[in-house]
Design a protein around this ligand. Structure first.
Ligand SMILES: [Zn+2]
Length: 109
């Protein structure tokens, strides 16, 4: 087992599911969208689909789920939430959290 594989195994053991739906549904998204994102996150063919999209990239799970836009990271607390769900830590919707972060970053005149 090489060092990369060992590191991945350790991080998977510590945090087997690196995303959450615990924030509850974000009503801006439909049930179909939510269900589709959840299905893709656990799809055994995810790596296969990723290779079709990026043949030269290493199919690392964390990278694949971001490439497909299946998760969003809350800018306030770093929680990784499934797209279609609110932040499990602060309860913000994706849109509200990203808008608030953008407002903080741009200086007021
Ligand atoms: Zn949050």
């Amino acid at each position: 087992m090489d060092e990369n594989a060992r590191r991945l195994t350790r991080s998977e053991a510590r945090d087997p599911v690196p995303w959450t739906t615990a924030g509850g549904p974000d009503l801006r998204y439909g049930d179909v969208t939510r269900e589709q994102h959840r299905a893709w996150l656990t799809d055994p063919r995810l790596a296969e689909r990723f290779r079709q999209l990026e043949p030269d990239a290493e199919p690392v799970y964390e990278r694949m789920i971001r490439t497909f836009g299946l998760v969003w990271e809350c800018p306030d607390d770093g929680m990784v939430n499934v797209v279609g769900y609110r932040c499990a830590d602060c309860g913000s919707s994706r849109e509200a959290a990203l808008l608030a972060a953008r407002c903080r970053e741009s200086p007021q005149p």
